[in-house]
Design a protein around this ligand. Structure first.
Ligand SMILES: C[S@@+](CC[C@H](N)C(=O)[O-])C[C@H]1O[C@@H](n2cnc3c(N)ncnc32)[C@H](O)[C@@H]1O
Length: 295
């Protein structure tokens, strides 16, 4: 894509030295539209400080002294790698183990029900998995059922950010990040590691064996995924997108979920107005309908 550089604003040159002197409105507008186009993330003018400080991280890493030069570099980078790095620093990756815990309780009872009805294969997608706390929480939730019912269970974990995906794949967390995990699960599924004076916890191979990690960008359709899921977790990502992208995403989720399968969104999110292929089980939990017929 060709970037259109904004007019230079002589009062605010957008220079970055030791102290950030500010981004011009025209450069801000370019970052906003570029990031919207490449990631779907809507950054309104109220996010100026966030955009400035995160983009400045990239300038420092590249030893550059102006946003304008950085935009030029981004435009000329045919590998697309710098765009990936920019999205990495812009995206908000806040997450925690067993966040919105009612979803995991419901997952456990539902998978148990499927297993007792004879289901042998279960596929779950953690879409926007961030640093991995969500897919590993799913794995801890279902592992007992996997053993009891000899289930073939796999979890696909995807995110747009290569940085968080690398963390998720490594599966190593600082002690404070495990606060939400019951002690029993902590001792069963984590091994203590010492690292740089910190107490670190590494996820067990048993959980890792259930996982597949891939980069996936919600704005690129159709999603390059083979197979059909029994459950999709897409939580606390759609809040960053506009209605148009959310509608297209929900359509893709409907295509990739089997009838009767579950879609969990974040507690602050809803499918209202987008949900004609789903029935609401409770706020933030939806079930895929069978061609408009209740399952
Ligand atoms: C706040 S985290 C949510 C993590 C987890 N699902 C949870 O609820 O705790 C949002 C994630 O969405 C990812 N994301 C943002 N834009 C995306 C896009 N266009 N495609 C895929 N993932 C995206 C971010 O990288 C980030 O890791």
């Amino acid at each position: 894509m060709k970037l259109k550089f904004g007019q230079k604003d002589s009062s605010r040159e957008g220079a970055v030295s030791g102290v950030n002197t500010g981004m011009t409105s025209s450069d801000l507008a370019i970052f906003q539209s570029l990031l919207y186009e490449k990631s779907g993330i809507v950054l309104d003018d109220g996010k100026r400080a966030l955009v400035e400080s995160r983009v400045t991280q990239r300038l420092r890493a590249l030893n550059m002294d102006s946003y304008h030069k950085y935009l030029q570099f981004l435009n000329e980078d045919k590998t697309g790698e710098e765009m990936v790095r920019l999205i990495d620093v812009i995206s908000t990756n806040i997450t925690k183990f067993f966040r919105e815990s009612d979803h995991f309780e419901l997952l456990e009872s539902t998978v148990e029900q499927w297993a007792t009805q004879g289901t042998k294969q279960v596929r779950i997608w953690s879409a926007a998995c961030s640093t991995g706390e969500e897919p590993y929480s799913i794995a801890m939730t279902v592992d007992k059922l996997v053993q009891e019912h000899r289930l073939d269970l796999k979890i696909l974990a995807t995110d747009i950010s290569t940085r968080v995906l690398a963390h998720a794949k490594a599966g190593v967390y600082e002690e404070g990040r495990l606060d939400n995990i019951p002690d029993l699960l902590k001792s069963k599924y984590f091994k203590i590691q010492q690292g740089q004076g910190l107490k670190l916890y590494a996820v067990s191979e048993q959980l890792k064996r259930m996982m597949m990690f891939h980069r996936l960008n919600f704005t690129v359709f159709p999603y390059p995924i083979k197979g059909i899921f029994d459950g999709i977790f897409c939580r606390n990502a759609m809040i960053y997108f506009d209605r148009d992208l959310r509608t297209k995403m929900v359509r893709e989720f409907a295509r990739l979920l089997r009838p009767g399968g579950l879609l969990m969104v974040g507690h602050a999110e809803t499918l209202i107005g987008l949900e004609n292929q789903f029935r609401t089980i409770k706020p933030s939990v939806y079930q895929r309908l069978n061609d408009g017929v209740d399952c």
